[in-house]
Write a protein that binds this ligand. Structure first.
Ligand code: AMP
Length: 387
Protein backbone atom coordinates (compact mmCIF):
# COMPACT_ATOMS: atom_id res chain seq x y z
CA UNK A 1 0.00 0.00 0.00
CA UNK A 2 1.45 3.37 -1.07
CA UNK A 3 1.39 6.14 1.53
CA UNK A 4 0.77 9.85 1.02
CA UNK A 5 4.39 10.49 2.05
CA UNK A 6 5.58 8.16 -0.73
CA UNK A 7 3.45 10.12 -3.19
CA UNK A 8 5.50 13.20 -2.29
CA UNK A 9 3.29 15.06 0.18
CA UNK A 10 4.95 16.68 3.17
CA UNK A 11 4.33 15.71 6.78
CA UNK A 12 2.12 18.71 7.71
CA UNK A 13 -0.12 17.96 4.75
CA UNK A 14 -0.33 14.29 5.69
CA UNK A 15 -1.15 15.28 9.26
CA UNK A 16 -3.99 17.51 8.04
CA UNK A 17 -5.28 14.52 6.11
CA UNK A 18 -5.04 12.28 9.14
CA UNK A 19 -7.05 14.83 11.11
CA UNK A 20 -9.71 14.59 8.40
CA UNK A 21 -9.68 10.79 8.89
CA UNK A 22 -7.88 10.09 5.61
CA UNK A 23 -4.88 7.81 5.81
CA UNK A 24 -4.66 5.90 2.53
CA UNK A 25 -4.64 7.35 -0.98
CA UNK A 26 -7.30 6.32 -3.47
CA UNK A 27 -6.34 5.11 -6.94
CA UNK A 28 -6.79 8.50 -8.59
CA UNK A 29 -4.67 10.12 -5.88
CA UNK A 30 -1.93 7.54 -6.27
CA UNK A 31 -1.80 8.11 -9.99
CA UNK A 32 -2.10 11.90 -10.19
CA UNK A 33 -0.43 13.41 -7.10
CA UNK A 34 3.17 12.53 -8.13
CA UNK A 35 2.56 13.83 -11.68
CA UNK A 36 1.11 17.11 -10.43
CA UNK A 37 3.92 17.57 -7.93
CA UNK A 38 6.37 16.99 -10.81
CA UNK A 39 4.79 19.91 -12.65
CA UNK A 40 3.06 17.91 -15.42
CA UNK A 41 -0.22 18.87 -17.04
CA UNK A 42 -2.68 16.08 -16.24
CA UNK A 43 -5.94 15.05 -17.84
CA UNK A 44 -7.72 12.59 -15.56
CA UNK A 45 -10.92 10.65 -15.88
CA UNK A 46 -12.40 10.22 -12.45
CA UNK A 47 -15.88 10.04 -11.01
CA UNK A 48 -17.21 11.96 -8.08
CA UNK A 49 -16.60 9.83 -5.01
CA UNK A 50 -13.17 8.67 -6.20
CA UNK A 51 -11.28 11.22 -4.12
CA UNK A 52 -10.64 13.35 -7.22
CA UNK A 53 -10.91 16.69 -5.42
CA UNK A 54 -8.15 15.78 -2.97
CA UNK A 55 -6.14 14.44 -5.94
CA UNK A 56 -5.64 18.00 -7.12
CA UNK A 57 -6.24 19.97 -3.89
CA UNK A 58 -3.41 18.26 -2.00
CA UNK A 59 -0.64 18.93 -4.54
CA UNK A 60 -1.95 22.48 -5.00
CA UNK A 61 -1.66 23.11 -1.25
CA UNK A 62 1.77 21.49 -1.29
CA UNK A 63 2.97 23.63 -4.22
CA UNK A 64 1.62 26.96 -2.95
CA UNK A 65 3.04 26.28 0.51
CA UNK A 66 3.10 29.83 1.94
CA UNK A 67 0.35 32.44 1.71
CA UNK A 68 1.10 35.25 -0.74
CA UNK A 69 -2.43 36.58 -0.98
CA UNK A 70 -2.51 36.84 -4.71
CA UNK A 71 -4.43 34.27 -6.77
CA UNK A 72 -2.04 31.45 -7.66
CA UNK A 73 -4.47 28.54 -8.02
CA UNK A 74 -7.79 28.61 -9.84
CA UNK A 75 -10.36 25.81 -9.90
CA UNK A 76 -13.31 26.15 -12.28
CA UNK A 77 -16.38 24.05 -11.50
CA UNK A 78 -19.83 23.85 -13.10
CA UNK A 79 -22.04 24.51 -10.05
CA UNK A 80 -22.17 26.40 -6.78
CA UNK A 81 -22.66 23.21 -4.82
CA UNK A 82 -19.50 21.71 -6.24
CA UNK A 83 -17.68 25.00 -5.57
CA UNK A 84 -18.65 24.79 -1.90
CA UNK A 85 -17.71 21.15 -1.75
CA UNK A 86 -14.29 21.78 -3.28
CA UNK A 87 -13.77 24.70 -0.91
CA UNK A 88 -14.65 22.47 2.03
CA UNK A 89 -11.87 20.07 1.06
CA UNK A 90 -9.31 22.86 0.56
CA UNK A 91 -10.20 24.18 4.01
CA UNK A 92 -9.88 20.77 5.63
CA UNK A 93 -6.56 19.91 4.01
CA UNK A 94 -4.84 23.29 4.41
CA UNK A 95 -5.33 23.65 8.15
CA UNK A 96 -1.56 23.62 8.70
CA UNK A 97 -0.72 26.53 6.37
CA UNK A 98 -2.31 29.94 6.18
CA UNK A 99 -3.44 29.77 2.58
CA UNK A 100 -6.63 31.68 1.93
CA UNK A 101 -9.31 30.63 -0.51
CA UNK A 102 -12.53 32.09 -1.82
CA UNK A 103 -15.52 30.62 -3.64
CA UNK A 104 -17.13 32.72 -6.35
CA UNK A 105 -20.54 31.68 -7.65
CA UNK A 106 -23.72 33.31 -8.84
CA UNK A 107 -27.12 33.61 -7.22
CA UNK A 108 -25.72 35.62 -4.36
CA UNK A 109 -24.42 39.19 -3.89
CA UNK A 110 -21.02 40.39 -5.07
CA UNK A 111 -20.01 42.26 -1.96
CA UNK A 112 -18.63 39.50 0.25
CA UNK A 113 -16.82 37.90 -2.68
CA UNK A 114 -15.36 41.23 -3.79
CA UNK A 115 -14.18 42.02 -0.27
CA UNK A 116 -12.45 38.64 -0.02
CA UNK A 117 -10.76 39.20 -3.39
CA UNK A 118 -9.60 42.66 -2.39
CA UNK A 119 -8.16 41.36 0.89
CA UNK A 120 -6.11 38.90 -1.16
CA UNK A 121 -6.52 35.16 -1.73
CA UNK A 122 -4.23 32.33 -2.78
CA UNK A 123 -6.88 29.99 -4.18
CA UNK A 124 -10.04 30.75 -6.16
CA UNK A 125 -12.76 28.14 -6.61
CA UNK A 126 -15.36 29.50 -9.00
CA UNK A 127 -18.14 28.92 -11.46
CA UNK A 128 -17.21 30.47 -14.82
CA UNK A 129 -20.03 33.03 -15.09
CA UNK A 130 -19.43 34.72 -11.76
CA UNK A 131 -15.65 34.62 -12.10
CA UNK A 132 -15.90 36.31 -15.45
CA UNK A 133 -18.12 39.03 -13.93
CA UNK A 134 -15.44 39.65 -11.29
CA UNK A 135 -12.76 39.83 -14.00
CA UNK A 136 -14.84 42.37 -15.92
CA UNK A 137 -15.29 44.39 -12.74
CA UNK A 138 -11.52 44.27 -12.30
CA UNK A 139 -11.89 42.57 -8.94
CA UNK A 140 -9.31 39.92 -9.68
CA UNK A 141 -6.18 39.43 -11.67
CA UNK A 142 -5.39 35.95 -12.96
CA UNK A 143 -2.01 36.76 -14.47
CA UNK A 144 -0.14 35.00 -11.66
CA UNK A 145 -2.10 31.77 -11.63
CA UNK A 146 0.35 28.88 -11.41
CA UNK A 147 -2.13 26.00 -11.19
CA UNK A 148 -5.34 25.94 -13.15
CA UNK A 149 -7.95 23.18 -12.74
CA UNK A 150 -11.02 22.39 -14.82
CA UNK A 151 -13.09 20.15 -12.58
CA UNK A 152 -15.97 18.15 -14.07
CA UNK A 153 -14.90 19.41 -17.48
CA UNK A 154 -17.58 17.30 -19.19
CA UNK A 155 -20.24 19.10 -17.16
CA UNK A 156 -18.72 22.49 -17.89
CA UNK A 157 -19.07 21.58 -21.55
CA UNK A 158 -22.59 20.18 -21.25
CA UNK A 159 -23.79 23.21 -19.36
CA UNK A 160 -22.53 25.54 -22.08
CA UNK A 161 -19.74 27.18 -20.07
CA UNK A 162 -16.96 26.68 -22.59
CA UNK A 163 -17.12 30.14 -24.22
CA UNK A 164 -16.67 31.70 -20.76
CA UNK A 165 -13.99 29.19 -19.81
CA UNK A 166 -12.06 30.12 -22.95
CA UNK A 167 -12.29 33.82 -22.11
CA UNK A 168 -11.10 33.13 -18.57
CA UNK A 169 -8.17 31.02 -19.78
CA UNK A 170 -7.06 33.87 -22.01
CA UNK A 171 -6.54 35.89 -18.80
CA UNK A 172 -4.52 33.20 -17.03
CA UNK A 173 -0.75 33.18 -17.22
CA UNK A 174 0.62 30.95 -20.00
CA UNK A 175 3.25 29.72 -17.56
CA UNK A 176 0.60 27.81 -15.66
CA UNK A 177 0.23 24.10 -15.01
CA UNK A 178 -3.18 22.86 -16.20
CA UNK A 179 -5.17 19.98 -14.74
CA UNK A 180 -8.41 18.65 -16.08
CA UNK A 181 -10.76 16.23 -14.35
CA UNK A 182 -13.72 14.76 -16.14
CA UNK A 183 -16.06 11.81 -15.55
CA UNK A 184 -15.42 10.75 -19.13
CA UNK A 185 -12.68 11.59 -21.58
CA UNK A 186 -14.13 11.77 -25.07
CA UNK A 187 -13.10 13.55 -28.26
CA UNK A 188 -14.62 16.86 -27.05
CA UNK A 189 -12.58 16.77 -23.87
CA UNK A 190 -9.47 15.80 -25.81
CA UNK A 191 -9.99 18.79 -28.09
CA UNK A 192 -10.12 21.13 -25.10
CA UNK A 193 -6.99 19.49 -23.71
CA UNK A 194 -5.29 20.07 -27.07
CA UNK A 195 -6.22 23.76 -26.93
CA UNK A 196 -5.28 24.52 -23.34
CA UNK A 197 -2.82 21.97 -22.08
CA UNK A 198 0.87 21.38 -22.57
CA UNK A 199 1.55 17.75 -23.49
CA UNK A 200 -0.78 16.39 -20.80
CA UNK A 201 -0.42 12.98 -19.23
CA UNK A 202 -3.69 11.06 -19.33
CA UNK A 203 -4.70 9.19 -16.21
CA UNK A 204 -7.64 6.84 -16.14
CA UNK A 205 -8.93 5.03 -13.13
CA UNK A 206 -10.96 1.97 -13.75
CA UNK A 207 -14.53 3.26 -13.48
CA UNK A 208 -15.81 -0.05 -12.18
CA UNK A 209 -13.57 0.38 -9.15
CA UNK A 210 -14.67 3.90 -8.39
CA UNK A 211 -18.26 3.81 -9.29
CA UNK A 212 -21.01 1.58 -8.14
CA UNK A 213 -18.76 -1.11 -6.62
CA UNK A 214 -19.81 -0.34 -3.08
CA UNK A 215 -23.36 0.53 -4.00
CA UNK A 216 -26.12 -2.05 -4.11
CA UNK A 217 -28.45 -0.96 -6.88
CA UNK A 218 -31.99 -2.12 -7.19
CA UNK A 219 -34.83 -1.24 -9.54
CA UNK A 220 -38.44 -1.35 -8.43
CA UNK A 221 -41.15 -1.58 -11.02
CA UNK A 222 -43.89 0.78 -10.01
CA UNK A 223 -46.84 2.71 -11.28
CA UNK A 224 -46.83 6.46 -10.88
CA UNK A 225 -49.71 5.94 -8.47
CA UNK A 226 -47.78 3.75 -6.02
CA UNK A 227 -44.55 5.76 -5.80
CA UNK A 228 -45.44 7.85 -2.74
CA UNK A 229 -46.54 4.92 -0.64
CA UNK A 230 -43.55 2.81 -1.69
CA UNK A 231 -41.19 5.63 -0.80
CA UNK A 232 -42.62 6.01 2.70
CA UNK A 233 -42.54 2.23 3.09
CA UNK A 234 -38.88 1.95 2.07
CA UNK A 235 -37.83 4.75 4.39
CA UNK A 236 -39.51 3.01 7.32
CA UNK A 237 -38.41 -0.51 6.34
CA UNK A 238 -34.75 0.46 6.03
CA UNK A 239 -34.81 2.78 8.98
CA UNK A 240 -33.20 5.47 6.84
CA UNK A 241 -31.49 8.22 8.77
CA UNK A 242 -29.68 9.91 5.89
CA UNK A 243 -31.21 9.43 2.46
CA UNK A 244 -31.38 11.46 -0.71
CA UNK A 245 -34.49 11.30 -2.90
CA UNK A 246 -34.23 12.53 -6.50
CA UNK A 247 -37.08 13.93 -8.52
CA UNK A 248 -37.09 15.13 -12.11
CA UNK A 249 -38.52 18.60 -11.49
CA UNK A 250 -38.75 21.24 -8.78
CA UNK A 251 -42.51 20.84 -8.56
CA UNK A 252 -42.18 17.13 -8.03
CA UNK A 253 -39.57 17.73 -5.32
CA UNK A 254 -42.11 19.87 -3.47
CA UNK A 255 -44.81 17.29 -4.08
CA UNK A 256 -42.71 14.43 -2.68
CA UNK A 257 -41.57 16.48 0.32
CA UNK A 258 -45.18 17.30 1.14
CA UNK A 259 -46.27 13.66 0.79
CA UNK A 260 -43.46 12.53 3.09
CA UNK A 261 -44.41 15.12 5.66
CA UNK A 262 -48.01 13.97 5.39
CA UNK A 263 -46.73 10.49 6.17
CA UNK A 264 -44.93 11.83 9.26
CA UNK A 265 -41.43 11.76 7.73
CA UNK A 266 -39.14 14.70 8.45
CA UNK A 267 -38.13 15.73 4.91
CA UNK A 268 -36.67 18.88 3.37
CA UNK A 269 -36.19 19.88 -0.24
CA UNK A 270 -33.51 21.63 -2.31
CA UNK A 271 -33.94 22.86 -5.86
CA UNK A 272 -33.45 26.00 -7.86
CA UNK A 273 -36.68 27.65 -6.67
CA UNK A 274 -35.15 27.81 -3.22
CA UNK A 275 -32.71 30.59 -2.50
CA UNK A 276 -29.02 29.79 -2.35
CA UNK A 277 -28.74 30.77 1.30
CA UNK A 278 -31.73 28.63 2.25
CA UNK A 279 -30.26 25.68 0.30
CA UNK A 280 -26.99 26.06 2.15
CA UNK A 281 -28.81 26.13 5.49
CA UNK A 282 -30.80 23.03 4.56
CA UNK A 283 -27.64 21.21 3.46
CA UNK A 284 -25.88 22.13 6.66
CA UNK A 285 -28.77 20.73 8.71
CA UNK A 286 -28.77 17.59 6.58
CA UNK A 287 -25.02 17.18 7.07
CA UNK A 288 -25.51 17.53 10.80
CA UNK A 289 -28.15 14.81 10.73
CA UNK A 290 -30.95 17.11 11.87
CA UNK A 291 -33.44 15.54 9.45
CA UNK A 292 -33.24 12.20 7.62
CA UNK A 293 -34.61 12.73 4.11
CA UNK A 294 -33.47 15.30 1.58
CA UNK A 295 -35.48 15.60 -1.64
CA UNK A 296 -33.53 17.16 -4.50
CA UNK A 297 -33.34 17.81 -8.19
CA UNK A 298 -30.16 16.93 -10.10
CA UNK A 299 -28.80 20.44 -10.39
CA UNK A 300 -29.32 21.22 -6.70
CA UNK A 301 -27.63 18.01 -5.58
CA UNK A 302 -24.60 18.30 -7.81
CA UNK A 303 -21.37 18.08 -5.86
CA UNK A 304 -23.25 17.28 -2.68
CA UNK A 305 -20.91 15.42 -0.38
CA UNK A 306 -22.43 14.01 2.77
CA UNK A 307 -20.49 10.86 3.66
CA UNK A 308 -23.32 9.64 5.91
CA UNK A 309 -25.80 9.25 3.03
CA UNK A 310 -26.70 5.57 3.13
CA UNK A 311 -29.46 5.52 0.51
CA UNK A 312 -30.21 7.24 -2.77
CA UNK A 313 -33.74 6.84 -4.09
CA UNK A 314 -34.55 7.71 -7.66
CA UNK A 315 -38.21 8.60 -7.24
CA UNK A 316 -37.97 9.61 -10.89
CA UNK A 317 -35.30 8.06 -13.08
CA UNK A 318 -33.05 10.61 -14.79
CA UNK A 319 -33.05 10.70 -18.59
CA UNK A 320 -29.30 10.42 -18.82
CA UNK A 321 -27.27 7.42 -17.59
CA UNK A 322 -24.51 9.84 -16.54
CA UNK A 323 -26.95 11.61 -14.24
CA UNK A 324 -27.84 8.23 -12.79
CA UNK A 325 -24.18 7.55 -12.02
CA UNK A 326 -23.75 11.00 -10.49
CA UNK A 327 -26.87 10.53 -8.40
CA UNK A 328 -25.97 7.18 -6.94
CA UNK A 329 -22.43 8.47 -6.35
CA UNK A 330 -23.90 10.54 -3.49
CA UNK A 331 -23.96 7.36 -1.46
CA UNK A 332 -21.17 4.84 -1.00
CA UNK A 333 -18.79 7.75 -0.34
CA UNK A 334 -15.18 7.20 0.61
CA UNK A 335 -15.40 3.47 0.65
CA UNK A 336 -18.61 3.12 2.65
CA UNK A 337 -21.39 0.85 1.49
CA UNK A 338 -24.46 2.45 -0.02
CA UNK A 339 -27.80 1.45 -1.48
CA UNK A 340 -29.63 2.94 -4.44
CA UNK A 341 -33.27 2.26 -5.25
CA UNK A 342 -34.79 3.33 -8.56
CA UNK A 343 -38.50 3.51 -9.21
CA UNK A 344 -39.17 2.49 -12.78
CA UNK A 345 -42.45 2.67 -14.61
CA UNK A 346 -43.18 0.59 -17.70
CA UNK A 347 -42.44 3.48 -20.05
CA UNK A 348 -39.03 3.93 -18.47
CA UNK A 349 -37.69 0.43 -18.97
CA UNK A 350 -35.59 1.63 -21.91
CA UNK A 351 -33.81 4.05 -19.53
CA UNK A 352 -32.80 1.11 -17.35
CA UNK A 353 -31.23 -0.57 -20.37
CA UNK A 354 -29.23 2.63 -21.12
CA UNK A 355 -28.07 2.78 -17.50
CA UNK A 356 -27.08 -0.88 -17.53
CA UNK A 357 -25.01 -0.27 -20.64
CA UNK A 358 -23.33 2.70 -18.97
CA UNK A 359 -22.42 0.89 -15.75
CA UNK A 360 -21.68 -2.40 -17.47
CA UNK A 361 -23.93 -4.58 -15.35
CA UNK A 362 -27.56 -5.43 -14.88
CA UNK A 363 -29.50 -3.89 -12.05
CA UNK A 364 -31.16 -6.17 -9.56
CA UNK A 365 -34.92 -6.19 -9.67
CA UNK A 366 -36.62 -5.86 -6.30
CA UNK A 367 -36.32 -9.25 -4.67
CA UNK A 368 -39.41 -8.89 -2.48
CA UNK A 369 -42.88 -9.13 -3.81
CA UNK A 370 -44.36 -5.99 -2.34
CA UNK A 371 -47.88 -5.07 -1.67
CA UNK A 372 -47.87 -1.35 -1.47
CA UNK A 373 -51.04 0.17 -0.22
CA UNK A 374 -51.26 3.53 -1.93
CA UNK A 375 -52.16 6.39 0.35
CA UNK A 376 -54.82 8.88 -0.70
CA UNK A 377 -53.47 10.77 -3.70
CA UNK A 378 -54.42 14.35 -3.96
CA UNK A 379 -55.27 15.57 -7.42
CA UNK A 380 -53.03 18.62 -7.11
CA UNK A 381 -49.95 19.25 -4.99
CA UNK A 382 -50.98 21.21 -1.94
CA UNK A 383 -49.49 24.68 -2.10
CA UNK A 384 -46.83 25.33 0.43
CA UNK A 385 -44.91 28.50 0.73
CA UNK A 386 -41.31 27.88 -0.27
CA UNK A 387 -38.95 29.78 1.98
P1 AMP B 1 -14.55 13.38 -4.28
O1 AMP B 1 -14.35 12.22 -5.21
O2 AMP B 1 -13.50 14.40 -4.44
O3 AMP B 1 -15.95 13.93 -4.45
O4 AMP B 1 -14.38 12.86 -2.77
C1 AMP B 1 -15.30 12.03 -2.14
C2 AMP B 1 -15.08 11.93 -0.63
O5 AMP B 1 -13.95 11.13 -0.34
C3 AMP B 1 -14.86 13.26 0.10
O6 AMP B 1 -15.65 13.23 1.28
C4 AMP B 1 -13.39 13.23 0.49
O7 AMP B 1 -13.13 13.96 1.67
C5 AMP B 1 -13.16 11.75 0.68
N1 AMP B 1 -11.79 11.31 0.43
C6 AMP B 1 -10.89 11.88 -0.41
N2 AMP B 1 -9.74 11.16 -0.42
C7 AMP B 1 -9.92 10.12 0.41
C8 AMP B 1 -9.09 9.03 0.81
N3 AMP B 1 -7.85 8.88 0.35
N4 AMP B 1 -9.59 8.14 1.71
C9 AMP B 1 -10.86 8.29 2.17
N5 AMP B 1 -11.69 9.31 1.83
C10 AMP B 1 -11.22 10.20 0.95
Amino acid sequence: MTTFIELGLSKPCVLALALAGITEPTEIQEKTIPLILAGRDVMASAQTGSGKTAAYALPIIECLEQPEQKPRALVLVPTRELALQVMDQFTRFSKHCQLTAVTLYGGTGYETQTRALKRGVDIIVATPGRLYDHIERKNCDLSQIELFVLDEADRLLDMGFMPQVRKIISRVSKERQTLMFSATIDSRIERIAGDFMDDPTTVRVNPTQVEPKEIAQQVMHVTEFSKDALLAQLIAEHNMTSALVFTRTRRRATWVTDRLRDAGVNAEEIHSDISQSQRERTLEKFREGKFPILVATDVAARGLDVPAISHVINYDLPDSPDDYVHRIGRTGRAGRAGVAFSFVSDEQRHLVRDIEKRIGKTLDPDAQSRRVVPGPRLSKPRRRRVM
